[in-house]
Design a protein around this ligand. Structure first.
Ligand code: PLP
Length: 417
């Protein structure tokens, strides 16, 4: 008899985006005349830039000839991409990085989900609340989360609430044990960023308490403020306590291409129960060689093209395009007295629902009142209740239209058709 991994049965069944899709479908059925616009999607909408497209065409042509055809590549990624990453994303910014510390992946979701395989079963995991759900669910699947309480919280997960009071940046826990902490900046869903001083405090805490930081930098390309760290390794000591995840999904529109990378510095170790220190880079390499056969050659050539002079300019133009949306959204929403956070160094705006409405109540009101979709904040954790997430990934036209409809709705018009 095959037994199931019963850890999966503890996962919450209502998947946020499926729930949203179901409600939008129901709305469309009763309002067929309304064009629904989504400010809720976490996917990009603008095409790949020309430098990337050219590189992909060239790579496809190479596959057509036996002399340049590529089969399985190195599990860790091709040297041409690892070298481009080391040089452009780190060394040029004064951060030491060895290509062997770079593991190319098929996007950050896989690695942020899989990294917990390196951890002992009894590790206590710390996460922000609200949170990108992958960090929790992957630990639940592994049976590390403990038991689930009535409110949906897990006994072996330490939830670090994020609110306007702490600027949506959790401080290191005091008097509560934690072994591993996931941090994500710029943050999905709140759009918050972390200052250098706060990040230094986290690194200090990790070193003093032997805590491993899993740092998700998937949105680093959206940081505009030069004072905000783009990588945890801008804090030199972080090499001893942090693993960092990167993605080209939001940097360069690779959500459908699939490529990113994970940094495991040589200094990062974790302990056996006998007290021996084990290099996590060795374990991760071993894990990848067993379970991962590399990212496609075509995707890696596409990623490499982002680092060319043309590629850099083109990718930046697309990021600026989205950030232009974010700026307009903040301007309009604030002019309507909505309380908004994020959106300045991140493609996400975290908005408090008015009049004490719950996240889902506001979701329904906005959908029915303006034909606009948002993402209920409570779907990212209990501290997300009373907020919604809006994204800047739409086209200018759709974003503009959505904003106009919100203005009309707020002003008491019904402008759904
Ligand atoms: N990390 C965060 C915080 C995200 O929001 C996402 C995607 O939305 C990812 C990681 C995964 O991105 P990908 O797998 O497309 O690289």
């Amino acid at each position: 008899m095959a037994f199931v991994n019963e850890n999966f049965l503890g996962l919450s069944s209502g998947y946020l985006f499926a729930d949203i899709a179901r409600r939008v479908k129901a709305f469309r059925a009763t309002h067929p005349e309304t064009k629904v616009i989504s400010l809720g999607i976490g996917d990009v909408t603008q095409p790949l830039c020309p430098a990337v497209i050219q590189a992909m065409h060239k790579a496809v042509d190479e596959m057509a000839s036996s002399s340049s055809f590529r089969g399985y590549g190195p599990e860790q990624g091709y040297d041409f991409l690892r070298e481009a990453i080391a040089q452009n994303d780190f060394q040029e910014r004064g951060i030491p990085m060895d290509t062997e510390e770079i593991f190319v992946n098929d996007g950050a979701k896989s690695d942020t989900g899989n990294i917990q395989e390196l951890l002992g079963q009894d590790c206590i995991i710390g996460v922000s609340d609200p949170v990108y759900p992958v960090y929790i669910d992957s630990n639940v699947m592994a049976g590390r989360a403990g038991t689930k309480a009535q409110d949906g919280r897990w006994s072996n997960i330490l939830y670090m609430p994020c609110s306007d009071e702490n600027g949506f940046v959790p401080s290191a826990p005091k008097g509560q044990h934690v072994d591993v902490v996931y941090l994500c900046f710029p943050n999905n869903p709140t759009g918050a960023v972390i200052s250098r001083e706060d990040l230094e405090r986290w690194v200090q805490f990790a070193l003093e308490n032997d805590v491993l930081i899993l740092y998700d930098a998937a949105y680093h390309a959206y940081i505009r403020d030069a004072e905000i760290p783009r990588s945890i390794y801008e804090i030199a000591d972080a090499r001893r306590c942090a693993i960092e995840f990167h993605s080209y999904s939001k940097t360069a529109g690779f959500t459908g291409v699939r490529c990113g990378y994970t940094i495991v510095p040589k200094e990062v170790t974790a302990a056996t129960h006998q007290g021996e220190r084990i290099h996590l880079g060795h374990l991760w390499n071993r894990r990848q060689c067993t379970k991962f056969n590399g990212t496609s050659y075509i995707s890696q050539r596409a990623a490499e093209a982002i680092y060319t002079q043309e590629g850099r300019k083109q990718v930046q133009a697309t990021i600026d395009y989205y950030m232009d949306n974010a700026r307009r959204m903040l301007d309009v929403l604030r002019s309507l007295d909505f309380e908004c956070y994020g959106g300045e160094n991140a493609p996400y705006i975290w908005m408090r629902t008015p009049d004490g409405m719950t996240s889902w109540q506001f979701f329904e009101a906005l959908l029915h009142g303006a034909g606009v979709v948002c993402t209920p904040g409570v779907g990212f954790g209990p501290s997300g209740e009373g907020f919604v997430r809006l994204t800047a990934f739409g086209s200018h036209e759709n974003t503009q239209e959505a904003l106009q409809r919100i203005v009309d709705w707020k002003n008491g018009f019904s402008n759904n058709n």
